[in-house]
Design a protein around this ligand. Structure first.
Ligand code: F6P
Ligand code: MG
Length: 510
């Protein structure tokens, strides 16, 4: 805390000779004759016409900000992740027998090595090689327009990080045999098989479709509301690094979650710092009252998180709150654990046919099998649809979705509710910049809320990086900054934020 008085300024004592040894250790200048201090408004947020990928509405996080999470990620986390990816490809290489495939994979590994040197040596961001992917033009347009001459550390963190994953992709797509290779696949499968307690906790409850025919309409609605709130939290905390919500619960805690949600729900809800759960319930309830509409999930991670998303989506279908769910995944491996089509199929097929849980009981295995079969049936009937637009694997934030992917914006505008899962999606919604924590969610997401036809948007995100918006006051964040350093990257806190958008209005493009 500074002890500086409003009209004075301390100057530190310069390093001097013995001639001034008796001088005071600090010099205080009195500035009483100078004009009084003015309340100067910062240049933030930038006006929309001055916003672009290199200049977000509030200051961007950049890798060169030492002591920041951006710096730690660019300097340490990403090289570590890349190192693991190289190890994985090497492991695969060692199991090959055909010479052509071996030579081809060796070249992929060499390209990964070059990426490692570029990243560690903080090289400039070069254009993406035309490898036939649908997003090449989007990438190279953005690099040419906003990031010429920029390097891994001085480009905004979000873009530089996404660029690294695109370069990793390129290392494989230019090969002859390894275009579909996923260096993170083994890890993703593991997150599911390692979560057996929580997996069966849910499958044993939901394998049998829930029926509540003998109840009064009021009781039915109330039960549904409680189930909705609990399952929204299951879906939310599925994004946390570990699912302590379910895994570490005692039998009693599980029972309380099951019966009314009461205490345990209230306890975990305290960690939801921006909380629109009740508005979300009103939204889906209204949807059913009208037609029972379409809900979109912009997915985040494969394995256990996807499983939680599907349990939630299953409930939405069974309760009639939604008639159709459209899931949006990635076209290729992205930010380590994001869902690809292969991960989507893997989950359902291993639930039905797999032998992932050797210690499970017969009942548990059967519950998982039934759940998997039902989900496959939903997909078969078109109640669940999997999509993968190229825009999701670009460095653009969702402020640019309207201009850079107009077809996708139009498509989403027809949804009754778009749920974005996870940290990266949240960073992209909010332009990943230093907006004050009290910034309302609909302001923070810009055109995704304000453009004509913008759908209702919900972000279910456990907080794992710097940007935090949608809190009632800045003080909550300031207090946590002081009391709990690291609270923004622990995954212990979360937000459930809803924007009403401008649904039903005609979508327009400039
Ligand atoms: O590295 C950046 C980051 O967004 C982290 O904040 C987070 O740990 C990770 O990537 C991805 O999180 P999520 O899978 O929730 O998007
Ligand atoms: Mg992810």
């Amino acid at each position: 805390m500074s002890s500086r008085t409003p009209n004075s300024v301390y100057l530190t004592k310069p390093n001097t000779t013995s001639a001034v040894q008796n001088a005071p250790s600090k010099v205080t200048l009195h500035l009483g004759h100078l004009p009084s201090k003015k309340d100067i408004k910062g240049p933030w947020p930038r006006t929309p016409t001055r916003v672009d990928p290199n200049n977000p509405p509030w200051p961007a996080y950049r890798g060169y900000h030492e002591y920041s999470f951006a710096h730690a990620t660019m300097g340490v986390r990403l090289p570590t992740i890349l190192g693991k990816a190289i190890d994985d490809a090497t492991r695969t290489l060692n199991g090959q027998s055909a010479e052509e495939k071996i030579v081809d994979l060796v070249q992929c590994i060499e390209r990964m090595d070059v990426l490692m040197q570029d990243l560690s040596g903080n090289q400039k961001l070069r254009p993406i090689v035309d490898d036939g992917e649908a997003d090449v033009a989007l990438w190279n347009k953005e690099i040419a327009k906003y990031f010429q001459g920029k390097d891994f550390m001085n480009a905004p963190w979000l873009f530089a990080e996404a660029y690294k994953y695109r370069r990793l992709r390129e290392a494989f797509t230019v090969s002859k045999y390894w275009g579909d290779y996923d260096v993170f696949y083994r890890q993703k499968c593991d997150t599911f098989s390692r979560s057996s307690d929580a997996v069966f906790e849910l499958s044993m409850r939901f394998a049998v479709p829930f029926i509540q025919s003998d109840k009064s309409p009021e009781t039915k609605l109330d039960t549904e509301r409680l189930m909705f709130l609990e399952l929204t939290q299951v879906c939310l905390w599925g994004n946390s690094t570990d699912l302590s919500l379910l895994i570490n619960m005692t039998e009693d805690q599980i029972k309380s979650l099951q019966s009314t949600g009461g205490d345990h729900l209230a306890a975990t809800e305290k960690n939801i710092l921006g909380n629109h759960l009740n508005q979300l319930w009103d939204t889906v309830k209204e949807l059913r009252d009208k037609t029972g509409g379409r809900i979109d999930f912009v997915l985040d991670n494969a394995g256990f998180e996807l499983y939680c998303d599907c349990v939630y989506a299953d409930f939405l279908i069974q309760s009639g709150l939604a008639k159709q769910i459209r899931f949006h995944g990635k076209r290729y491996p992205w930010f380590v654990s994001d869902v690809t089509k292969k991960d989507w199929e893997w989950l359902f097929n291993s639930m039905v046919y797999g032998h992932l849980f050797p210690k499970a009981t017969e009942q548990e295995r059967e519950s998982l099998r039934r759940l998997g079969l039902r989900w496959k049936q939903y997909a078969h009937e078109g109640k669940w649809v999997y999509e993968q637009h190229p825009f999701w694997c670009t460095g653009y934030t969702f402020w640019e979705l309207h201009t850079e992917a107009p077809d996708l914006f139009l498509h989403l505008s027809r949804s009754d509710l778009v749920i974005f899962k996870g940290d990266l999606n949240h960073r992209k919604l909010t332009y990943d910049c230093a907006a004050p924590a009290s910034t309302p969610f609909d302001i923070a997401i810009g055109p995704m809320a304000s453009a004509a036809g913008a759908p209702k948007v919900c972000s279910l995100r456990t907080i794992k990086s710097d940007v935090v918006v949608g809190l009632e006051s800045d003080e909550i964040a300031e207090r946590l900054d002081k009391e709990e350093p690291g609270w923004k990257i622990s995954g212990k806190y979360a937000v459930v934020l809803l924007s009403e958008g401008r649904p039903g209005e005609k979508v327009r493009f400039a």
